[in-house]
Design a protein around this ligand. Structure first.
Ligand SMILES: [Zn+2]
Ligand SMILES: [Zn+2]
Length: 347
């Protein structure tokens, strides 16, 4: 067993505090990663606070992990000591079901193993990236290309792949008009990626407060959804809408912004059901869909794409002692656009 420094929540109501956690011995197919940076995802906060169901505490969150391999198991072939690597939202899956065999491990029919707060294949509870070290089976570790700095690469492991996968699946590219709803952690990556793919990109945000940022990140247009005229101006305008907002929005009025055969894809996950007026789907053969992260192969493809296009997340690097402040700021939408923990400050 290896003891790692970490920050963990002792309960659903307490602040995260410095602590130590145990990591399993490096098995034949495992790699030991010295974590350099870990992003703070909105999901971390929901999970820690029990919004998505009861948890086992202490809970060390973090599923946007970037670091360096410091030890490998005897049978490891994909990684070597010194490699710059990343780990995202899952650390294992059954590898045998139809979806795993397709390389869509995030949709494992037997349940993928989440990076934290999940029951691992050996029965232990997984602990995430707010930690100095992690041991992960080699197949769920991806390579971070040399052209990407580790701090701006960390958020790509959740926010990046969560937006990259639907953009690819629904064919974002030259000649396609893509709208991104919400300019937060996920939204800012959706804008950068869709723009790099060659699509015409519009941000739909509550206000015009972040308009300058949106255009700088690659958007061609920017509209305020608080202005009812926006929905008239943009009626039937988009081939694809990526909704990154995790609060309930009026889906039917956004569906009206789709062209024939257009799709509105939710990557934000509000806890409440969203009502849909079926006429907004029927008239225009439109689709309302969802998408969750991406498989390991596609996550590697996304990182290679980001290196090729020289794009990473916009980050604010913080020491571990600022994690609780950062949580409050994320909840207040006061972050441009991702907090990343410098793991060397974990103690
Ligand atoms: Zn996440
Ligand atoms: Zn499976």
């Amino acid at each position: 067993m290896l003891t790692a420094n970490a920050y963990a929540a002792p309960s659903s109501t307490g602040d995260l505090i410095p602590t130590t956690i145990e990591r399993r011995d490096v098995g034949p197919h495992d790699v030991l990663i010295e974590i350099k940076y870990a992003g703070i995802c909105h999901s971390d906060i929901h999970t820690v606070r029990g919004d998505w169901g009861p948890q086992q505490y202490p809970l060390a969150p973090g599923h946007e992990i970037a670091g360096v391999v410091t030890e490998i198991g005897s049978d490891v072939t994909r990684h070597k000591i010194g490699d710059r690597v990343g780990v995202g939202c899952m650390v294992n899956s059954c590898r045998d079901c139809e979806n795993c065999r397709k390389g869509e491990e995030q949709y494992c029919l037997n349940g993928m193993t989440g990076t934290y707060g999940a029951v691992d294949r050996d029965g232990t509870i997984t602990r995430g990236g707010y930690s100095s070290h992690v041991v992960v089976t080699e197949d769920f570790v991806v390579r971070i290309p040399d052209g990407l700095e580790l701090d701006v690469a960390a958020p790509l492991l959740c926010a990046g792949i969560t937006t990259y996968s639907p953009l690819r699946h629904w064919g974002a590219g030259p000649g396609k008009k893509v709208a991104v709803v919400g300019l937060g952690g996920l939204g800012h990556m959706a804008v950068k990626l869709a723009s790099a793919m060659g699509a015409d990109v519009t941000v739909l945000s509550q206000s015009l407060k972040k308009q300058e940022d949106g255009l700088r990140l690659g958007a061609d247009d920017y509209y305020a959804t608080s202005d009812p005229a926006t929905f008239e101006t943009l009626a039937g305008a988009f081939d694809l809408i990526i909704n990154t907002v995790s609060a309930p929005i009026d889906i039917s009025s956004y569906l009206q912004l789709l062209t024939l055969d257009g799709a509105l894809v939710n990557v934000g996950a509000p806890a409440e059901p969203l009502p849909v007026n079926v006429f907004s789907l029927i008239l225009g053969r439109r689709s309302f869909a969802g998408s969750a992260i991406g498989g390991i192969r596609e996550t590697q493809e996304m990182l290679d794409f980001c290196a090729e296009h020289q794009l990473g997340a916009e980050v604010e690097v913080i020491p571990a002692e600022k994690i609780n402040d950062a949580y409050e700021r994320v909840l207040a939408s006061d972050v441009r656009y991702r907090f990343v923990i410098d793991a060397s400050t974990l103690g």
